[in-house]
Write a protein that binds this ligand. Sequence first.
Ligand code: MSP
Length: 770
Amino acid sequence: MAKTDSNSAHFYLTTPIYYVNARPHLGHAYSTIVCDAIARRKRAMGIDTWFLTGTDEHGQKIERSAKLAGRTPQDFADHIAGEFRALWDRLGLTYDDFIRTTEPRHKRGVQRLFATLRDRGFIYKGSYTGQYCVSDEAWVDVPPGAPCPDCGRITETVSEENYFFKLSAFERKLLEFYEENPGFMQPDSTRREVISFVRSGLKDLSISRSSFTWGIPVPGDEKHVVYVWLDALANYITALGYGSDNPADQARFAKFWPADIHLIGKEISRFHCVYWPAFLMAAGIPVPRSIKANGWLLFDQGKMSKSRGNIVRADTVREVLGADALRYFLLREIPFGQDGNFSFDALVQRYNGDLANGYGNLVSRVVNMVHKYFGGTVPESSPETAAEFALRESTTRTIAEFAPLFDELNFSEALKSLWNLVAETDGYLTANAPWKRPADRSEADHASLQARVLSTAAEAIRVITALVYPILPDAASKVWQQLGQGDIADAAKNAFLTNVAWGGLKPGTKLGEPAPLFPRAEKDAVTRMQNLEDENNKNAVEAASKQEGAKPEAPTSALPVAPAPPPASPSVNQVQDPSMKPGAGIPKPTESTPHSNETAPTQAPGSEKPVPTTHVSQVQPELTSVRLDSAPPPAASQHKPLDTQENKGNPPEAPTQPAQTNHISIDDFAKVELRVAQVLVAERIPKADKLLRLEVDLGYEKRQILAGIAQYYEPEKLIGRKIVIVANLAPRKMRGLESNGMLLAASLPPDGAPVLAGFLEDVPLGARLK
Ligand code: MSP
């Protein structure tokens, strides 16, 4: 039966498919957890649901990352895709299918889609010269050398013969479609941005690449590979069976397409709300019903991401507080569609407040009292009083409120409303104190009150548990057993959420044994989570150094065997990940943490721990005179920056005989990773007379460095110049911009004028100085 309208008994929802250039972190887990909660609720409403997730494995970014790791792209993708899937399983996520874009079923579907678009006259061949952002895998309309307007990383000039999609033909159709389908894009901010993007005019889109090979060959012209976004977006249909001649696949596609929800991160809305419907319209395939964009999980005001080095792993939270705690926190704390901050402190506070002391404690009190006073059997209630009437009314109101809030993806408000009921039930219990018989109450009256109060409270808990099941599946399953309701998975199969109503807990029901749900998190929970992150980082660092030892010429940024150390804990200094994506580390100024000045301290404010060992602490600012032999400069001038407050008025050292003390060992020297880089972009920074912002190419990646040489070097003269940088210096922020390394220069008397280190012979980019 083909799906016809939005009230269909079939529901199809998807997560974005995750790039396999970096391991999963909480930001990825967020979208997948949201989808899991929706899928669980839909299934428990008796709706035939298909929940798809997967990995995005082709393209230049993955090809380069694999090369850096010394692996084939396929082997590399297998490894990270396996990590995503294993994590989703550990988190108990109930996806129905996991698509990998390197699977034959996907390749077949993408080629079918490409051929269909060509056959219908929407593809032509042309040549293209323009800027490409490898990190976003996106064509961007900026001049050569300019950063990507979306992510701020350096763009590359690409000049290729490509296939083009006639996107321009869809400008009006898309605008009409948005007009007729106001619910297509959410939130409103996304809708407004997308509409204004389309209104500003659509150019035809290059949908093939011919300068690398890691992709799906264009059918009939195999020296081209399909543009990775066309490849990736098609996953939503290929996973269902589009492109297959097998009747079972065709039936699945007919049943579930069009998708009800594509859940995506807000930064990829243009691809989903403009390109994807245009491709589908051109191919004659129905467009999805809605695109819902989630905001970003932030840490330290910046998007949590591998390249910023501020990630937290979902496993850390799972191991200490459990997967349910993570689900609850993400859905309760962050209004869907908005950015939200993550912190271990806030997590533990929510956990203790709402789960341990709130719901968990309520369940434990009631179940224990039913065991204590009624031998574990739900008593027959005496006639209700005003107090029971009020709780029943509140419960009924909550049932009515919760469903639409959840279905609008307003999880935060839905949970708030449900937790008001938790608090009210708790208050009802306390007010009626069934554990205490006042002297003026007969035993019979007290037994009657106990029966009434405990059966009423237990019923409220049953309703709360049913409603919260999609968000706290593990806890709900335990409580369901404790309430003598059996297996909640069976209840879900029987569509128990279609008729949640007061009165389901029958007198005479035998309760299960009480068991702890959310043990209170002690003071050390935050430290334990931080330690787990540290431990994980340490292992990554060790893996990185083994890798470095095994392949001395390989850059330390090898992935995935040598992942980068994120900060020692999320509440401390952010550290640049050596596994940084090509071009990473050049955040938009708007993404930066608040202003810091050029004489920033060694560690970020609030930093408690030293930076991980693969990075050399940035004890000096962006430029210093560094000798290339292993003898230190005179003690008095050691590590003196050129433009800090401390050396104002202190003439730098004359190039005299250095002191022969404070030797360092060769191992100490080996910690400093000096590499050859080429300046791609050099520019002044407004209101910072001494700083230049450089974008440099290390051959294996590009990054941003801030250098205090503006008074001595004209920026334009630096472009193309090969310099030497300290590549493993912990990043630091200056003027709101991140500096990822330090360049080397001699410091000349009398005023410390820098002279950049360089080479007479030609040297390849990324070459290490040893
Ligand atoms: N491969 C593309 C998506 C293709 S879909 C056809 C991609 N991959 S990604 O791995 O970079 O991001 C996948 C999703 O994770 C995006 O929706 C992105 O917004 C989300 N997140 C990654 N970091 C995140 C946060 N810090 N916070 C919330 N979501 C985040 O883009």
